[in-house]
Design a protein around this ligand. Structure first.
Ligand code: GLC
Length: 476
């Protein structure tokens, strides 16, 4: 790889040392970047991965890089009505002794300058939901086939387009195999000779774990002992672990989380050893957020725009949300927002332990999210108990997510672990003080407010304990 470094001696004398250091870091010309992700706002989303993927593609394209983002054509993509330019070729991908048909469509995001390549196979991807059967709440049984197909397809499509990527970027287990395939199945392919790979871990708890027999279905290239060892973990085929082994570099979405996932099973979910082995190549890089979308001064999804120079719109948004949700209309009691997948990760159980104490105070709360049935039932129960000051909105609603950020005085994120977290960052932009647990990206971005000095931007508690959470909320 040719680097165009600025020689140290050419850096202007007057610059301070740190700036000089950044100038002499190697910088490169435009690169071809192949990003694989199973989520992309607005086409397919279950969580923050979709937002971050969109923001990253946009930023890289604006920096002059050529970006192709590969995404399975899920049912939700069809529902957006978007159509890409159909491929003139179609290919087949070998799996488990037969072959699966592949088509693709290329859609150019003109406003942001990158391309989305939809990987099409309706049998595999055109289903009610993205990863799990909504009837049973369980993962689709053929997720190994589905996401192996997706990864193999990305590399085959790149070849078919004669588009040689400088970088392959995999995100989470669903696209992890693209990195493993590059180093095994395609190791001798001159087409990818100058390609380097990056795996980003957005959540180490989800690993793509399948029965060992999955490995045999992948074909001969996966049969040799060394490959089999790298792709297996504790007797199972593990997609994420294989990419941790094979990627040229691995990163995750905050510096604190990069340390945490190597330190204990609580954060590494069994992969801490594999991650420690890559310690020299494992980095934390905080997610960026898109202020063209998340900024109350330009946000068209909220009723009243406002900015740091004139925040009068904020209390108008609060009144408007109270009216919409039939809460007591009053700007005085603090309103606390919470937008979250309803999973254990997000600290919902902790919140439920103290919810009655909190809601008995002079506060209002609005929670938006979907997930575990038992959490939904508990939130509904609370709503019955506190009809004037608590609302639980079950489901995913983008307009409401923006509105809650704009209307709330505080934002609650008591996560058990949090690789980065985006809503605390959105909250900062919306003048909404985050209440967070000191973990992962929350620890890296939110500091405790000190009334004596006026420093600090939120309310932080350390241990996963409802008493500490209650104290932090009361400080707020
Ligand atoms: C996952 C993580 C979250 C992170 C997001 C985007 O959803 O749980 O912390 O912000 O990915 O990287």
């Amino acid at each position: 790889m040719a680097d165009t470094a600025i020689p140290a001696q050419n850096a202007p004398e007057t610059l301070d040392e740190s700036l000089k250091a950044s100038l002499i870091k190697p910088s490169r010309g435009p690169m071809k970047i192949l990003i694989c992700s199973s989520e992309l706002e607005p086409f397919a989303k279950t969580g923050g991965l979709a937002d971050v993927t969109a923001a990253l593609c946009k930023r890289l394209a604006r920096a002059g890089h050529e970006v192709k983002l590969f995404l399975p054509k899920f049912k939700s993509v069809y529902q957006t009505g978007v159509r890409g330019k159909m491929s003139s070729d179609s290919l087949e991908i070998a799996f488990n002794g037969s072959s699966l048909p592949l088509r693709w469509e290329i859609y150019r995001d003109k406003a942001n300058g990158f391309e989305v390549v939809f990987v099409v196979n309706d049998d595999l991807f055109h289903r009610e939901s993205m990863y799990q059967d909504p009837q049973t709440g369980l993962d689709y049984q053929d997720n190994d086939t589905r996401f192996f197909f997706f990864c193999r397809a990305a590399l085959e499509i790149a070849k078919s387009l004669d588009w040689r990527p400088d970088i392959i970027h995999a995100n989470d287990w669903q696209s992890a195999l693209v990195v493993s395939l590059h180093k095994t199945c395609y190791a001798d392919d001159p087409f990818f000779q100058n390609t380097r790979s990056l795996l980003t871990i957005h959540n180490a708890a989800y690993q793509g774990v399948f029965d060992k027999t999955s490995l045999a279905k992948l074909g001969d290239w996966a049969a040799n002992q060394e490959t089999a060892r790298a792709m297996t973990h504790r007797g199972k085929m593990n997609f994420l672990k294989s990419a941790i082994h094979y990627a040229d570099i691995v990163n995750t979405v905050s510096e604190r989380y990069a340390v945490e996932i190597q330190s204990s099973p609580e954060y590494g979910f069994g992969l801490e050893g594999a991650l420690r082995q890559r310690n020299a190549d494992l980095f934390g890089a905080l997610n960026g957020v898109d202020y063209e979308i998340w900024d109350p001064a330009v946000d068209t999804l909220i009723p009243y725009q406002y900015s740091v120079n004139d925040i009068s719109g904020k209390s108008k948004n609060k009144l408007s949300l109270q009216r919409e949700l039939k809460l007591t209309e009053d700007t005085r009691p603090p309103m606390i927002g919470m937008i979250s997948r309803l999973t254990e990760q997000k600290g919902i159980d902790l919140f439920l332990e103290i919810a009655e104490d909190i809601l008995s105070l002079d506060v209002q709360m609005v929670a938006l999210g979907e997930g575990g049935r038992e959490y939904v039932a508990s939130l509904r129960e609370l709503e019955k108990q506190f009809p004037n000051n608590f609302r639980a909105l079950i489901g995913f609603d983008n307009r409401m997510a923006h509105t809650i950020e704009a209307a709330s005085d505080m934002y609650l994120m008591p996560s058990r672990y949090e690789p980065c977290g985006l809503n605390q960052l959105y909250s900062l932009r919306y003048g909404t003080a985050p209440i967070v647990r000191e973990t992962g990206g929350l620890a890296d971005t939110i500091s405790e407010y000190d009334p004596a000095t006026g420093e600090g931007i939120g309310f932080v508690f350390k241990n996963y304990s409802s008493d500490e959470l209650l104290e932090a909320m009361c400080r707020g």
